[in-house]
Design a protein around this ligand. Structure first.
Ligand code: NAD
Length: 264
């Protein structure tokens, strides 16, 4: 099984470092022959993203803060100028004020609610809108979500509400773009220690809880996420759209603490 992505070109949004979910996906896509561009937010991240992009054979870096619509316009204009088309898009972006990822959801400020929704949910819509005209031969769009959209995970708070909006956006976008053979899906990943996840209060407790209580009795890795990403972005998933697919060692099917799980 190789070359599943041969001849396909795509944009990876949300690579920060080698712990990023986007990195697990990019590496797997590279193994299968994809050509990739990487967007990053600001110069500080460019220094980290550049060498990683190089490792997967890319020198195509694009500065893009997704809360800035002009920056998004410019990013997709750069892709159009260099490639003329796009086959896939990975949206691995989320952000909220970490002071509101502890304490109670009831205390969410309007300002942070709007900012979190904008960066973590609307940005998928904004990116899909701009990718659409470049996906003349069809395409595949993939975003990353979390179980906190479906059930209350203490401290995930406003991010859970944004992920719910993101997951519903996946379904509406899938329906809008389906006639053009553009598929839109989400991977709901189990907790993984990344830069973004470190902002969540009690991450260590969440990781331990998932490890002890998931059917597979382990946490997932960015390689697990990468494998499923390859499936969605390649033609293996040619008939799949509007899906929210759990890559969480099965955690989402469990209703209570496992008998063999010690207290933590
Ligand atoms: P990460 O910190 O490696 O990636 C988050 C990325 O979002 C960074 O590259 C950051 O630059 C980018 N970003 C934030 N604000 C931005 C903005 N305004 N413009 C452009 N980019 C911006 O962390 P990650 O965990 O790999 O996160 C990737 C996605 O995976 C997020 O949507 C996250 O919610 C989701 N996810 C993570 C986990 C987990 O446990 N790590 C689980 C499920 C889903």
């Amino acid at each position: 099984m190789s070359g599943l992505m041969a001849g396909k070109r795509g944009l990876i949004m949300g690579l920060a470092n080698d712990k990023s979910l986007a990195w697990g996906i990019a590496r797997k896509l590279h193994e299968h022959g994809a050509e990739m561009a990487f967007s990053y937010q600001g110069d500080a991240l460019k220094k980290r993203v550049g060498p990683l992009a190089e490792q997967v054979g890319s020198d195509f870096l694009i500065d893009c803060d997704v809360s800035d619509m002009a920056a998004l316009d410019a990013a997709f204009a750069q892709i159009e100028a260099r490639w003329g088309k796009l086959d896939f898009l990975v949206h691995a972006i989320g952000f909220s004020d970490k002071n509101e990822l502890r304490g109670k959801y009831v205390d969410t400020s309007l300002e942070n609610f709007l900012m979190t929704m904008n960066i973590s949910a609307y940005s998928l819509v904004a990116a899909a809108k701009r990718a659409r005209p470049l996906m003349q031969d069809g395409g595949s769009i993939l975003t990353l979500t979390y179980y906190g959209a479906e059930k209350v995970v203490p401290h995930y708070n406003v991010m859970g509400v944004a992920k719910a909006a993101l997951e519903t956006s996946v379904k509406y976008l899938a329906n809008d773009l389906g006639p053009e053979n553009i598929r839109v899906n989400a991977i709901s990943a189990g907790p993984i220690k990344t830069l973004a996840a470190s902002g969540i209060g009690d991450l260590r407790y969440i990781l331990k809880w998932n490890e002890l209580n998931s059917p597979m009795r382990r946490n997932v890795t960015i390689e697990d996420v990468g494998g499923s990403g390859l499936y969605f972005l390649s033609d293996l998933a040619s008939g799949v759209t509007g899906e929210v697919h759990h890559v969480d060692a099965g955690y989402h099917v469990v209703g209570m603490k496992q008998e063999d799980a010690p207290d933590i």
